[in-house]
Design a protein around this ligand. Sequence first.
Ligand code: ADP
Ligand code: MG
Length: 679
Amino acid sequence: MTSDLDRNIQYLKGVGEKKAALFARLKVFTVGDLLSFYPRDYEDWNTVLSIEEAPLEENVCISAILLSPFTVRRTRSGMLLYTTVVSDGKNFLSLTFFNNKYVKDALKDGEEYLFYGKIRLDQEGNREMTSPAYAKVSEGGFYHPVYPQTEGLNSKAVAKAVRSALDLCGDALQETLPPGQIEKYRLLPLKQAVEQIHFPRSDGEIAAARRRLIYEELLTLQLGLLSSGRNEREKTRFTLKEDYSDEFAALLPFRLTGAQQRAVRECVADLGSGRSMRRLLQGDVGSGKTAVAASLIYTCAKNGYQCALMAPTEVLAQQHYQSLSAMFRETGLRIGLLTGSLTPKQKREIKAQAAEGELDLLIGTHALLTGDVQFKNLALAVTDEQHRFGVMQRAKLREKGDSPHILVMSATPIPRTLSLIIYGDLDLSVLDEKPAGRKEIKTYTVPTVYHERMYAFLRKEAARGRQCYIVCPAVEEGDAPDSERTAAEDYAKLLSGTVFRDLRTDILHGKMRPKQKDEAMRRFKDGETDILICTVVIEVGVDVPNATVMVIENAEFFGLSQLHQLRGRVGRGAEQSYCILVSDAKNEKAARRLAVMCETNDGFRIAEEDLKMRGPGDFFGNRQSGLPMLKLADLMTDGRILYAARDEAQRILAEDPSLTKPENRTLREKVAALFADIS
Ligand code: ADP
Ligand code: MG
């Protein structure tokens, strides 16, 4: 059914074909899109201050009378300056406009206007305002919406289009929330909320409109996450006859931490329950998630079942293959590796083995998800670094078996309460304890003039038999701005030919062929390389306990969570480890990130800081979390609304699990739209 909301905005008064093309750049095509194209800010023309009380350098609204006609002056650079003086009866304020010949006729001597802008002090200490927005006093007393902009389309033009959309199609905005909820949570009706978020008359109106729209957005999110069977634990034929986790523990050269043991117990209980497990294993870098997965894999294999382990990169898949093969060497477990670097023939063989049940464990990248990968009796599917995969990819792995158990592992430490909601379909186990004897990684930020000293330090570590990573932001010159050190290839050449001529250097980056990558990683792992010059390909999961120094060149290019992940590549053994962040950045945000890194090793704190600095839209964005993008809601600060939305979503789904009842049709459409672009 099409409604007025599906109409092309081109037919709105004052829009037309040309403007519609500009709107398209902002992804606004229909009237419905336009009405949900929310302002990112507001100009407050409601709070009118006197010139005296108005703070400097902040946007303020002033009501004042023009004391003189404009004077016009040409600057040396040829610009026309229009100046005048206004007063609110007590103080004076001079106004300057550049090249704006309309202002001369628009503002009349002796009349009162509203002016919106920043007041500054000129060289003599007098107050002035440059190019303020202005309006007749009769037009004041409200808020002006400020929209995300594109060239040729300013906020005023957007506001005008929204206004005519509301006039024309406002009545098409039918209530989307189920009956009763508006009263229960004291929310605004949809139409009023939309009007008010665009054209509020007070802060209170903005807050009320946001609350209503955020509630709706979060309810939709929760319905999407909890519906269509995502949340129910299906019956499964894969139940354990026996638990082999103690036998597994005896294979390890170390004792599992208390947290690891607890996680294993929680998972084993699920595996024996007769319903398929859906569990998230969350633990900071280095907390030992792999051993937990390995324990479950061992137990499943011993019960005669198959397992799959999916990793986001070739390097990591290869590493898991090697370390698990070593761990299980004496046990007779049959392990296969499926990655892009195999020949077609090798791939065919591995796939045949999996399908015939000749493999107990198949490890791979998302190559595991392709259609022709089949298992005979896949009982457990593990996804490592799950935040690198989307919700849908996770689901795909599940479809490889007959209701297999699912374990996803992640180092992205979202606060516990939040992750329960975001991963509403998953139970949670947390590794909140690091293996004993781990030392804090000492972290320093140094300017580039310290390079020589730093090289000397690396040389000393290498002489003691330790290994080092040097990470560069890009592979080749031209990928990123600045200095030879941004280019891993050139940098590797430079270092191996000069300062580290007598050491064993090697290179690893994403543009190398898979075979070459595997080889470089193997050499490093086997201790044949002293210094590995690389890019972020080593960011996730790589585990070489003998590496003790992580150098990050141009550290300002990296985000906080990424820096923490990179740092997590060292400090994996008993030796003291170091992380050296090389940066000359003066940029305040970058400096703050580096400071946080030096202050703490705690992944939870780092994630929180990251969230604060980047904003949740970015943090929980599509690719990272597998969650859809939210327009208004902030998962960190809108916690109360989130909980309410979750309760309601559960209540609605209890009565109508797949939202097929007529009264839930609008909600179902909203869910589909919200989840449409994630895969
Ligand atoms: P992550 O949680 O980041 O995936 P890994 O599973 O790679 O961490 O484990 C990090 C390192 O710690 C590995 O070298 C692993 O062998 C080692 N390790 C894991 N558990 C323990 C433990 N209980 N005691 C000592 N070392 C451990
Ligand atoms: Mg790992």
